[in-house]
Design a protein. Structure first.
Lengths: 124, 130
């Protein structure tokens, strides 16, 4: 029989010491991304291939610029966490796993940083 | 010690189970998720080009306007909508609903049909409007 109290089981946030943080963040970003991405995908295919002036003026509209930045933040967080799950599931060698997890973090931050900078530069 | 862990019995995997719709859509959810991860690079290229000036933008924009670029965008749209609808099913399960076998199978099939139908619809509407 398990003699531990419910409080004792959750104290210290489990063996990974991060509790349900990963699970929760992937869910909250996914909820945010439902409306954001529906807008974003339509915007993207509306403007892909259109002249420079049209694209820049559309992206500098305050409403579009804000949605653009929010979509970038939510999707970068979501894709980083999602790829972490894939790496942890399929890569069994410890060194390779760590290397790919670090690479995933760097790649996500780099792409996210570039997108955010570009979005703000166009907007201002 | 290394051998001990390697000789542990394995749980049944893909080749053991019968292929069913819920399983196929679970796999598709992962594949589309992975594809979207790398598809982000294309969106990034477009945004960075737009921020870099007209000359750079002309390069990237030409590609997106080309047949290959449009086909990739079409695939990106489908992957996004499929992953989005699949995500809604996951949120439903997270809340504790929809575990009935027949219902789950129905939703798995509906996921594929809805993602294809929505992709065609979105593109048709956009092509008419733009």
């Amino acid at each position: 029989m398990d003699m531990r109290t419910p409080l004792g089981k959750v104290r210290g946030l489990g063996s990974a010491k991060s509790g349900t943080d990963h699970f929760w963040k992937i869910r909250t970003t996914s909820v945010a991304l439902v409306p954001l991405m529906l807008f974003y995908v339509v915007f993207l295919i509306m403007y892909a291939g259109k002249p420079y002036a049209d694209v820049v003026s559309a992206l500098s509209n305050p409403f579009v610029a804000t949605i653009n930045a929010l979509t970038i933040i939510a999707s970068i967080v979501h894709m980083k966490l999602g790829m972490e799950e894939i790496i942890q599931d399929y890569i069994h060698s410890e060194v390779m796993k760590l290397a790919l997890l670090v690479l995933n973090s760097f790649f996500s931050l780099l792409v996210g940083g570039l997108c955010l900078f570009a979005a703000l530069k166009i907007a201002f | 010690m290394a051998n001990m862990t390697k000789n542990r019995p394995l749980s049944p995997h893909l080749q053991i189970y019968r292929f069913v719709p819920t399983m196929a859509m679970s796999i598709m959810h992962r594949i589309t998720g992975g594809a979207l991860y790398f598809g982000t690079v294309l969106v990034a290229a477009w945004l960075i080009a737009a921020a870099s000036g007209e000359e750079y933008f002309a390069y990237v924009n030409w590609f997106f306007g080309s047949i290959v670029g449009q086909l990739i965008l079409f695939g990106y749209t489908w992957a996004m909508l499929h992953h989005l609808i699949g995500g809604l099913r996951h949120l439903m399960w997270d809340l504790g609903y929809g575990f009935d076998k027949d219902f789950a199978t129905l939703l798995a099939k509906a996921n594929l049909v809805a993602s294809i139908a929505l992709t065609v619809l979105v593109w048709a509407v956009v092509l008419i409007v733009r």
